[in-house]
Each structure stands twice: as structure tokens, then as C-alpha cells.
Design a protein around this ligand. Structure first.
Ligand SMILES: [Zn+2]
Length: 53
């Protein structure tokens, strides 16, 4: 379950991303948008905190 953004802590993480070094974060749109060009989106997180396949 992904119930909080790993950066700002809000409860609407929208995407699970991977950085070049392999680190993964679940981010909300606000945190993801400025870095969207530098990370890979692995999956989207739905409103229930689960990955959308
Ligand atoms: Zn955030």
C-alpha cells in the first residue's frame, strides 16, 4: 500500500518512480512534476493506495 507521498507526506501519492540510482519513491503530483523528466514512472497509484496494473 502506498498511502503517503515519500517526500511531503500528503496522502495522495500518484506514481511510483525510480531514480537513476535505483531508489524508488511514491510521489504526489506536486513532488513528481518538477522532477518528472529525471525519473522513470514504474507504475501509477490509485486512490486506494494500490498500484494500477
Ligand atoms: Zn508530495
Amino acid at each position: 500500500m502506498f498511502t503517503h507521498c515519500d517526500r511531503c507526506g500528503n496522502d495522495h501519492p500518484g506514481q511510483l518512480v525510480r531514480h537513476d540510482d535505483g531508489a524508488q519513491e511514491a510521489l504526489c503530483f506536486t513532488c513528481w512534476n518538477p522532477i518528472r523528466g529525471t525519473v522513470k514512472v514504474l507504475n501509477w497509484i490509485n486512490k486506494h493506495g494500490k498500484l494500477q496494473f
